[in-house]
Design a binder for this molecule. Structure first.
Ligand code: NI
Length: 246
């Protein structure tokens, strides 16, 4: 086919196709019109999933109000607990489990896990697992290493998936609830894992403000395990996960 023949065929195809294109645009416009008002339009938004995670608790004075706020909103979160803060707070741990939150471990006394020998690692991780196991009757808890520090030894001995994060507002820094909220809401995407600490009242305040703001944007809060399942990721022992983007 010559050059002219090619163009001829192209324009013929275009001429034949244009009416359908117009029809298709027309049809879409009709469908996009809100039939039953704004609620109908919102349903067309695809649900985005996101996980709130809290480290360094439990602390009764701050974790308690956080659990109240999450319960009011019907929102589950994931808590990475410090082993030595569990004795005396067993009721809080049971409440977390009963209210649909996920529980993980964050070492026994917030030690950096890299470069530890097997015994020292076990004293941090296995000891915390056993402590929670005595309360909850199982030991399959995810691990979040303090400071997000991981090396080959941590990966080998983790005994569960290693969960890091994709949004970190550094809530321990200025303890400014408004700034923390803005930091998270402006970055939130489907599949993100948010890092906060439930030992500061400002972080609790920010977390609940984030929930309210992201609910408005069509986000659904889930636990880390549910977030992985939503996006068809199987959690593997010793593997590091920072997010579960679709
Ligand atoms: Ni920590």
């Amino acid at each position: 086919m010559g050059k002219e023949g090619k163009y001829g065929a192209f324009f013929l195809a275009l001429a034949l196709f244009l009416p359908f294109l117009a029809l298709e645009t027309d049809r879409r416009m009709t469908v996009a019109l809100p039939v039953d008002g704004p609620a109908e339009v919102e349903q067309e938004q695809e649900t985005k999933f996101i996980a709130l995670t809290f480290d360094d608790g439990p602390r009764r004075s701050t974790t308690g109000p956080l659990l109240d706020g999450l319960a009011q909103r019907g929102v589950p979160a994931t808590f990475f607990l410090i082993g030595e803060q569990v004795p005396g707070n067993e009721d809080i741990v049971r409440r977390m489990e009963a209210e649909g939150h996920q529980i993980g471990i964050h070492t026994y006394d917030h030690k950096c896990l890299t470069a530890l020998n097997a015994a020292d690692f076990s004293a941090q991780v296995d000891r915390s697992r056993q402590l929670l196991g005595e309360i909850l009757g199982r030991e399959n808890f995810l691990l979040r290493p303090p400071y997000g520090m991981v090396d080959a030894g941590v990966e080998r001995r983790a005994g569960s998936a290693i969960i890091l994060w994709s949004i970190d507002p550094e809530d321990w820094d200025d303890k400014n609830a408004e700034r923390i909220t803005r930091h998270i809401v402006s970055r939130a995407k489907d599949g993100d894992i948010i890092l906060l600490h439930d030992i500061y009242s400002t972080s609790v305040e920010a977390a609940l403000a984030v929930v309210d703001a992201l609910h408005e944007e069509g986000f659904l809060f889930v636990t880390v395990e549910e977030l992985a399942a939503q996006h068809h990721v199987e959690l593997c022992e010793g593997q590091i996960y920072r997010s579960f983007y679709p």
